[in-house]
Every structure is written in C-alpha cells, then in structure tokens.
Design a protein around this ligand. Structure first.
Ligand code: FE
Ligand code: FE
Ligand code: ZN
Length: 277
C-alpha cells in the first residue's frame, strides 16, 4: 500500500474531506484541527466523524495526520502563551478521540530567547500535562528547519523531548523533507546517511509520518519555504528515493506544497508513477 495524500481543509465537513481525498487519488490526508492562525475550533458533529471513519475503512486509508495550529507555542517565555498552547493541545487530543488511533502533529515551539534547554524542558512539561493513558492518538513532534529560536531543528533536540515525556509510547516524529534539508541534513544528496543519523539519535521506530515538500532554499538555509515537488532544491529524483526507501515506504506521505486541489492531484499522480511496487 502506498499512503500518499496532501493537506486538506475540513471546512465542508470531515466526510466531505475524505471524499475530496478520494477524488484526487489520495490514500491519506492531513488537516488542521482548527484555524491554523487562530484558535477557534468548530463544534464536532459525531455523525460526520463516524461517516468519515466508515469511508476510511471502506477505502483502506492509511493513518491520517491532524496538524495543530501554527500559533501555539508551548515553550514561549510568556506564561499566557504557554497556557494557551496547553489548553489547545489538550482540547485537540479530546477531539481526536472521535477519530481513534490517528496521528496528531505539532511544531515543538520556539524558545523565544530562553535557550534550547529551557525550551525542551517546557515542551516536555506541557506534554506531561496533556497526555493521558486512555488517548488512542499518537502525538508527533515535527522536525523543524531551525529558524530563529525554533526547537526541533536537530534530531538531538527531539530525542531529548521524547526522553522526558513519561507516556513516551504515545509519542512519535514526523519528518518534513523541506525542514530537514533546511536544517542541514542532506536528505536529497545522502538519504541513507540522514536516515542512519535519525536512527542513531531518535530511532526509526519513532518515525510515523513524512511531510513531503521540496524546498525553495538550499541545504542548511534555515528558511522553511516549501516548493512544489521538483521545483526546489531537493528535486524529483530525491522524492523517488524517499517514497521507495525500505525504511520509509510503509509510512504516510503528506504533501504540504503550495498547491490548489488540481496541483495536489498532479503531484499525487507523479509520486504514484514513481512508486515501485
Ligand atoms: Fe508542520
Ligand atoms: Fe511540515
Ligand atoms: Zn514548513
């Protein structure tokens, strides 16, 4: 099975989002749990959630990825910002239980000048406050570009967070191909080397999803500007290697490229044509 999809909006409902995914040849997808730049979350319609679950089962979808809003920062120096992040993450995890057993990804945060160690410890503290044994969701830390005071640009930083979370079995990692390249990991030129490093520091068993994005900027740029597949510094041949790599090919691949629906459909078709069975 090739689990390939893209970022979609739940604005027309959850079942409708699944139908849209099918219409563009996707076998997984990602969505924001709420407005990515705001905080408001729509009330959940349990029957719509059940309808999506039926559709996922009927069509053999791979794991879905829900994405936390960009605005949350669990390691801000501002206590109210941290509190907002904690409440949002906790509420999202409650909502995720309407779609049991899926993935929930968030950007670890920015330490806003407090230093990496303080940032890491605040993120772990937040996770220890919100994770409960009964949640069925796996919470993913996303690999980041290492922009500004961002936490998670180095594999070691993610490892350190995972080590400090008590319910660590609820945690995993989502690797973003644009971000790791921007962070200085040569995923286009030395995929095996990057995966060996990931395995040594974090463990490949923690890797649960791939954000498949080209990058507008060269290796180590620390910029985080996504490009369409083949239109950036990574290039189509790199994505051929990534989606077919034995250590990665079972994972869900989610496009976060600058596209409308027709552009996503074309990229999904391209990646399907590159996939070796
Ligand atoms: Fe992200
Ligand atoms: Fe991403
Ligand atoms: Zn990004």
């Amino acid at each position: 099975m090739f689990f390939i999809g893209c970022h979609l909006s739940p604005s027309a409902g959850y079942r409708a989002m699944g139908e849209t995914a099918l219409s563009i040849g996707a076998s997984t997808f990602q969505f924001f749990t709420r407005n990515p730049r705001g905080s408001r979350a729509k009330a959940i319609d349990p029957s719509d959630m059940q309808a999506l679950r039926d559709l996922l089962d009927a069509h053999g979808f791979g794991p879905l990825v829900a994405h936390a809003p960009y605005t949350i920062n669990p390691c801000s120096k501002d206590a109210r910002t941290r509190e907002f992040a904690r409440l949002t993450l906790a509420d999202d995890l409650q909502r995720m239980e309407y779609l049991p057993g899926q993935l929930y990804n968030f950007h670890p945060g920015s330490h806003t000048g407090q230093g990496m160690e303080a940032g890491i410890s605040l993120i772990a503290e937040t996770l220890n406050e919100i994770l409960t044994p009964d949640h069925t969701t796996t919470v993913l830390l996303e690999t980041m570009a290492g922009k500004g005071t961002e936490v998670g640009g180095r594999f070691e930083e993610l490892r350190e967070i995972l080590d400090r979370v008590t319910l660590t079995e609820k945690m995993g990692v989502c690797l973003d191909t644009c971000h790791v390249s921007d962070a200085g990991y040569d995923i286009a030129g030395d995929l095996d080397g990057v995966l060996t490093e990931f395995d040594r520091i974090i463990g490949l068993d923690r890797l649960r999803a791939i954000h498949i994005n080209d990058s507008l900027n060269p290796l180590g740029a620390h910029k985080d500007r996504h490009a369409k597949i083949g239109a950036g510094y990574l290039g189509t041949a790199a994505f051929d290697r990534i989606i077919n790599h034995p250590a990665l090919r079972h994972l869900p691949f989610l496009l976060e490229t600058p596209n409308e629906l027709d552009g996503y459909a074309a990229e999904i078709a391209l990646l399907r044509s590159l996939r070796k069975e």
